[in-house]
Design a protein around this ligand. Structure first.
Ligand SMILES: *Cc1c(COP(=O)(O)O)cnc(C)c1O
Length: 294
């Protein structure tokens, strides 16, 4: 559905350039929303797609798998922050966030805390456009008022501060800490974009804030979900945003640059304790089944 302004028609692309239907060349300064990080028509990626098509395009992961998927998952585990050992491939960033939320809820049930059903996050965030994701996007930018009564009600702390590189002290995280302390009995997880709030406003905040969030989550035994969909794969100067703070989340989402913009695909990672606690629930309900997301 076209917006107010008619969209620009692209006929081909190479490197950083898009060729438009009237022959004009423009530089795509946002790399198809931060996905095409290696440029368009990259020879290595083009060849990988071509050669894979000679074997098969795709098969479902319901009860079957294939070597490229296994290799990808192993590579992701190798490069991800320490402790994230289990990978669930999803079809978009938003879906990986839904998956991450479900993992957190199942973890809460797995450790006997089924009353923990809410998420704590910060204002100014963006986590995707499906309904669960929308509930943790910034309430104003995310237009929550349009969906009142429909979205789950989550808990919001102020926008993270100070800015990246500025001096942090505990007062910056005080309100977040108070909310977590007061309401931890109902909080299944904290979800945050590490170090950079991307689509919500390109705000770069202190890695010490993120480190404090990690510490507070540990104190209250609340899992931390890092949404690395925008920040993953070197977009902020470290391989993952969490690497700036030297922290590992319990659950992590990656997407966008993951496929260099060639496919819509994302990944949700979880650490072993989350994995094993959640499996108790998953296996209990469905013997021989893993995480319940089709
Ligand atoms: C883009 C983005 C998403 C949503 O990913 P989609 O693949 O567009 O569904 C979620 N979280 C963050 C931080 C993002 O930048």
């Amino acid at each position: 559905m076209p917006a107010v302004v008619d969209p620009i028609v692209v006929t081909s692309a190479r490197g950083v350039r898009l060729t438009l239907s009237d022959g004009t060349e423009v530089i795509d300064g946002m790399s198809s929303w931060w996905a095409a990080i290696h440029g368009y028509r990259h020879p290595v990626l083009d060849e990988a797609v071509r050669s894979q098509l000679g074997d098969m395009a795709h098969v479902m992961f319901g009860g079957v798998t294939h070597h490229p998927a296994v290799e990808l998952a192993e590579t992701l585990v190798d490069i991800a922050p320490a402790g994230l050992e289990h990978v669930f491939l999803a079809d978009s960033g938003s879906v990986s966030v839904e998956v991450a939320i479900k993992m957190a809820l199942q973890y809460a049930r797995g450790v006997g805390r089924s009353e923990r059903t809410r998420l704590l996050t910060v204002r100014g965030g963006y986590h995707g456009d499906t309904l669960g994701c929308m509930s943790v996007c910034d309430p104003v930018n995310g237009m929550h008022s349009m969906f009142t009564g429909m979205l789950p009600e989550q808990i919001f702390a102020p926008v993270p501060s100070p800015n990246f590189g500025e001096k942090f002290d505990d007062s910056h995280v005080a309100e977040f800490a108070d909310l977590l302390a007061a309401r931890s009995a109902e909080i299944a997880a904290v979800i945050i974009e590490p170090v950079v709030q991307g689509a919500g406003g390109m705000r770069f905040y202190s890695s010490d804030y993120l480190r404090a969030v990690r510490r507070l989550c540990d104190e209250h035994e609340v899992p931390l979900i890092a949404d690395e969909i925008a920040t993953g794969f070197g977009r902020s100067g470290e391989l993952f945003g969490c690497d700036h703070a030297d922290v590992s989340p319990d659950i992590m989402c990656a997407g966008k640059a993951l496929t260099g913009g060639y496919l819509t695909m994302a990944a949700a990672f979880r650490a072993s304790p989350v994995h094993h606690a959640a499996l108790r629930i998953e296996r209990g309900r469905h013997p021989n089944r893993g995480f319940g997301h089709g």
